[in-house]
Design a protein around this ligand. Structure first.
Ligand code: ADP
Ligand code: ASP
Ligand code: MG
Length: 411
């Protein structure tokens, strides 16, 4: 008998029919003798609908109130799923984040889980009930409702699995596993049987939204066996593993991630003197804007250009701060660009292979795609390109690194 935490995403609970299908699936596991804790998201589209409502009142809604509202999406689905389970004879009970006591910090809209009280859940399981927990939400020390950031139900699932010492955390979604890249963009993408935590962490942080990054962090930290599976199709899914096998077939690149969430800012003609980077990025950081990629160009005539990227949500804010800095420093001009995208290749195989970056640049050059910025780490290479070439770039790289599914084997 195992204890399994199963998380079902928005499309998997997107209608009453789907919720009944989920209930039937949970029943099967339970009939097998397993103890089940289910974590659910809001019905698909619901979180966006609620955020849109708030934005009709204010472009920047008060974060505390936004969390009070968006957390209702999950409250609906836990109740519906518990009802559906009870209807088919499975004793079940729903719990909000607050009722479990998923304690978080007070960073509304992006709170971090600090502690989970596993007692209530263990008691319910002992009494033979399936426990249905609301994903994405928690409560802070003062009793305020908090949410964990978009895609946060994944993190609820993994954190619960860690707290309950579950045998496995299963993330059920609308694809049958983690693919070499988003299968919606590349039809020839292939499902991976396994991927290491390290690679999955990079993929998630570089834009693959199949798992929220904090869920992967948690799973790695607490060694939670984690698997991504299709909600309604049988199959092995993808196991996120600790071990990094050095096999002959190990591909150099495991996956390609991309994101359209960034914007680029350039300050031109700043004096090339010590402390420039700090003078520019100090105030940006003080404005609570996180910087991702940074490039400082070679100086001519003792001045230089400095370029960096930020999240698109922070673009206006960063632009304003930068314009102030430019005036103070007597810089030539500030240029902003929101039509950019970041494409990254990820793989632990890169450690033992040279020439991976140049192979990437060659593939992009062949498609005439200009690279605006580059950043590398031990297991990834990222480039910033014009957004309109994003899909072309991802497909070209997928082919260049021999990730395409063989003809006739498209899943
Ligand atoms: P859920 O609502 O179940 O949490 P998400 O939409 O958050 O589902 O995540 C699943 C989606 O992630 C897939 O439909 C797919 O389009 C996208 N995705 C992006 N990158 C990948 C990848 N490498 N492998 C699989 N899916 C990916
Ligand atoms: N409902 C939340 C969202 O849409 C959390 C989740 O689905 O994981 O982001
Ligand atoms: Mg998700």
């Amino acid at each position: 008998m195992a204890l399994i935490v199963q998380k079902f995403g928005g499309t998997s609970v997107g209608s009453v029919e789907r919720i009944e299908q989920v209930a039937a699936k949970v029943k099967k596991f339970r009939d097998n003798g397993d103890d089940i804790v289910v974590v659910v998201s809001a019905m698909s589209g619901e979180t966006n609908r609620l955020i849109d409502l708030a934005k009709q009142i204010s472009e920047q809604p008060v974060a505390r109130e936004l969390d009070v509202m968006v957390s209702t999406g999950e409250q609906v689905t836990i109740a519906l799923l518990a009802m559906a389970l009870i209807k088919i004879g499975v004793p079940a009970v729903s719990y909000t984040g607050n009722q479990v006591r998923i304690l978080t910090d007070s960073a509304f809209t992006k709170a971090r889980i600090l502690q989970i009280d596993a007692q209530n859940i263990h008691k319910e399981l002992k009494a033979g009930r399936v426990v249905v927990v609301a994903g994405f939400q928690g409560v802070d020390e003062a009793g305020n409702i908090t949410t964990l950031g978009r895609g946060g139900s994944d993190t609820t699932g993994v954190a619960l699995a860690a707290a309950l010492k579950a045998d496995e955390c299963q993330i059920y979604t609308d694809v049958d596993g983690v693919y070499t890249t988003d299968p919606r963009v590349v039809a020839k993408a292939q499902r991976l049987d396994k991927i290491t935590f390290e690679e999955m962490l990079e993929m998630a942080s570089l834009g693959s939204k199949v798992l929220q990054i904090r869920a992967v962090e948690f799973a790695g930290k607490y060694s939670v066996p984690l698997r991504v599976l299709h909600s309604f199709q049988e199959g092995p899914g993808t196991l996120i593993t600790l071990d990094e096998e050095e096999s002959m077939e190990q591909p150099i690149i495991s996956g390609i991630a991309f994101n359209r969430d960034e914007a680029k800012l350039t300050i031109r003609g700043v004096p090339d003197t010590p402390g420039v980077a700090f003078k520019i990025l100090g105030p940006i950081s003080a404005a609570n804007v996180e910087v991702d990629m940074i490039v400082q160009n070679v100086a001519h005539d003792n001045t230089t250009d400095f370029t960096f990227t930020v999240h698109r949500n922070d673009y206006q804010n960063a632009l304003q701060v930068l314009e102030g800095i430019a005036r103070d420093m007597g810089a030539r001009e500030v240029i902003g660009d929101t039509d950019i995208a970041k494409v990254s290749i990820v793989g632990v195989g890169m450690r033992s292979h040279a020439g991976v970056a140049s192979r990437m640049f060659e593939a992009l050059a062949k498609e005439n795609i200009n690279i605006q910025m580059i950043s590398t780490s031990e297991i990834k290479v990222s480039v910033v390109i014009e957004e309109k070439y994003l899909e072309l770039a991802v497909r070209a790289l997928h082919t260049a690194f021999e990730l395409d599914a063989p003809a006739g084997k498209v899943e």
